[in-house]
Design a protein around this ligand. Structure first.
Ligand SMILES: Nc1nc2c(ncn2[C@@H]2O[C@H](COP(=O)(O)OP(=O)(O)OP(=O)(O)O)[C@@H](O)[C@H]2O)c(=O)[nH]1
Ligand SMILES: [Mg+2]
Length: 556
């Protein structure tokens, strides 16, 4: 008898082709233990004609089965081929909210992973808080020192809003004295060391090297540009991850001289490299001690580790609160037009909670945390339910500072959609990397460059006019748009008029410069730190991108 059986890899084996031992074992098993096989065994008295008919029928059945198997294989292959995959690139200047938008995608689609990582953000939040305190103390520093510091500020990566009424250095304006300044400095001295320590823990070891591009970069640029004979490289997997490192800031006299000023070296922003696994350092099971079961009697958690940064922070908490509540301090900051509440990573209103020994960051804390991106970070997820089920999403978060932007172009090749973020609250601020450039002007130029790019002609674009919460409070505080952007003229300075104006302005640039007149532009007014509102927008954007993608697929 020749029967077909599947081997362990699922391949069909003809019993005629089986080794003898296996064949007899097979038959033995079939005759003794498998009732279905036993029922299918030919009758013992089968005639030669019956046997011939049966073999033919079995052969026919085998052919049908093989055909079905082949069809199933093909179907699976086609399904995999047509399994929709969407690549989305987040673009925009530094501090526009790209990484925050990525966090919202993570929170929405991979909440368990997001929650597991919350504890690792503790270090970033601590550092954000420490930097806010140090900025206050710097702002209170005696005039002479501050003038020197201001000269240096041209090159420093300080992202504060410092505007003087008459163009003189703000520190030259005589103002409120803070009698407790020396006492604050003394009590908060440990924060300098803590800031250095946290910066070291979070930074990549090669960060202080001169700017360089990864070894494969030169090759890649020519591949991107392409030649007539050799088109640009398209395959995302072959794309090298560019390594770009900021050159060290030149140490000036003022930055080295720390007798009165209150700074820590490397005051520039801490960045996260694509390659840095900073989360591991502060994740549970990393250097941080995990909270153990209350019954186990083991070390209870990081708060029992005397080296954990929480202790230094916790010890300074009363002085930090005193400083932040001091009326003279607030007055001095106001005189210097320093609005810390509007800066990234602002936690000064929550000092007791953040500095508590058992503090675990909330979702909102993580969304507010500021860590500058360098290189490109990829996040993938698929949507298990609903309209866009089964779609594989790849989101690329890039560094937005000027020296990071050359890393964007390689991703233009195979991207399906772009979410461009323009922080419209930044109309009165300047780029940290080039203090001569107004941040909103920079966003408008960047927007024009993106929408007019021919490589992106068929890419769906969604525009987030972001940080509307800050825009609203800024306008309500009386900051006038037309003081910073003449072209706004005498229009009303309220939120509705200003946001409508920006919507029209960005929209008009798209209409004028897009190489694809058919492309629709979707504009959302956003505050991407607001989870509830952003999740609704993300669901909407997902549908827009999928529909646009299908439309493009039909066109090509
Ligand atoms: N209040 C408010 N803060 C926001 C908003 N969007 C982002 N932020 C904060 O702004 C800071 C900068 O946001 P990021 O997402 O890090 O900016 P980015 O575009 O990734 O910046 P780079 O990595 O330097 O390119 C963070 O502290 C955010 O929490 C917003 O709509 N409102
Ligand atoms: Mg970022």
């Amino acid at each position: 008898m020749d029967v077909l059986v599947r081997d362990v890899f699922g391949l069909y084996l003809s019993s005629a082709a089986m080794p003898k031992s296996l064949k007899s074992e097979q038959v033995r098993r079939r005759t003794t233990s498998d009732p279905l096989a036993a029922a299918m065994l030919p009758p013992a008295n089968e005639s030669p004609v019956d046997r011939e008919n049966r073999l033919q029928a079995e052969q026919q059945a085998r052919r049908v089965s093989e055909k079905i198997d082949e069809e199933l294989r093909q179907e699976r292959k086609n399904l995999n081929k047509s399994r929709p995959e969407v690549s989305v690139l987040l673009l925009g200047q530094s501090e526009s909210g790209k990484s925050t938008t990525l966090k919202q995608f993570q929170l929405l689609h991979t909440p368990a992973a997001f929650h597991a990582e919350r504890i690792a953000w503790r270090a970033v939040i601590y550092l954000n808080l420490v930097k806010s305190v140090i900025r206050i103390l710097d702002a209170l520093a005696p005039e002479q020192e501050a003038v020197e510091d201001h000269e240096e500020a041209d090159t420093a990566e300080a992202d504060l809003v410092i505007i003087s009424a008459d163009g003189r250095p703000p520190s030259a304006i005589q103002g409120t004295r803070v009698p407790n300044y020396d006492s604050y400095r003394h009590k908060l001295e440990p924060l300098l060391e803590l800031g250095e320590k946290l910066t070291r823990l979070l930074s990549s070891p090669d960060e202080e090297e001169p700017t360089h591009l990864g070894p494969t970069w030169g090759n890649y640029v020519s591949q991107l540009v392409g030649t007539e004979n050799q088109p640009p490289m398209l395959n995302g997997r072959a794309r090298p991850a560019p390594t770009i490192v900021i050159p060290p800031k030149k140490q000036t006299h003022a930055s080295l001289h720390q007798s009165n000023g209150f700074r820590f070296r490397g005051e520039k922003e801490v960045v996260v490299h694509t390659t840095t696994n900073w989360k591991k350092t502060f994740a549970l099971g990393g250097n941080s001690k995990s909270p153990k079961s209350a019954h186990s009697g083991e070390i209870e958690g990081w708060w029992e580790d005397p080296d954990d940064p929480v202790h230094a922070l916790n010890a300074c908490a009363p002085a930090m609160m005193e400083l932040w509540r001091d009326r003279n301090v607030r007055k001095r900051l106001k005189e210097k037009k320093i609005r810390l509440e509007e800066t990234s990573g602002f936690y000064l209103d929550e000092i007791p909670r953040i500095t508590a020994k058992k503090y675990i960051p909330t979702d909102a804390d993580v969304l507010k945390a500021r860590l500058k991106t360098m290189g490109v970070i990829e996040h993938t997820f698929s949507i298990p339910h609903g309209l866009n089920r089964g779609v594989e999403w790849r989101i690329y978060d890039v560094g937005g500072a000027r020296n990071q932007r050359q890393a964007w172009a390689p991703y233009f090749e195979d991207v399906n959609a772009i979410i461009f973020l323009a922080p419209i609250s930044a109309f009165d601020q300047h780029l940290t990397e080039d203090p001569r450039v107004n941040r909103l002007e920079d966003s408008l130029l960047l927007w024009k460059a993106v929408v007019s790019n021919k490589l992106l002609a068929n890419v769906n674009i969604v525009l987030f006019l972001n940080k509307i919460d800050l825009l609203q409070s800024k306008l309500e505080a009386g900051v006038r748009l037309n003081k910073h952007m003449n072209f706004y003229g005498d229009r009303p300075n309220d939120y509705d008029s200003v946001s409508k104006y920006f919507r029209n302005k960005f929209g008009a640039i798209h209409v004028s410069y897009t190489p694809n007149k058919e492309r629709e532009l979707y504009i959302h007014l956003t505050a991407v730190t607001d989870t509830r509102r952003t999740s609704i927008i993300i669901a909407d954007v997902r549908d827009i991108i999928i529909k646009g993608n299908l439309r493009n697929m039909r066109l090509v």
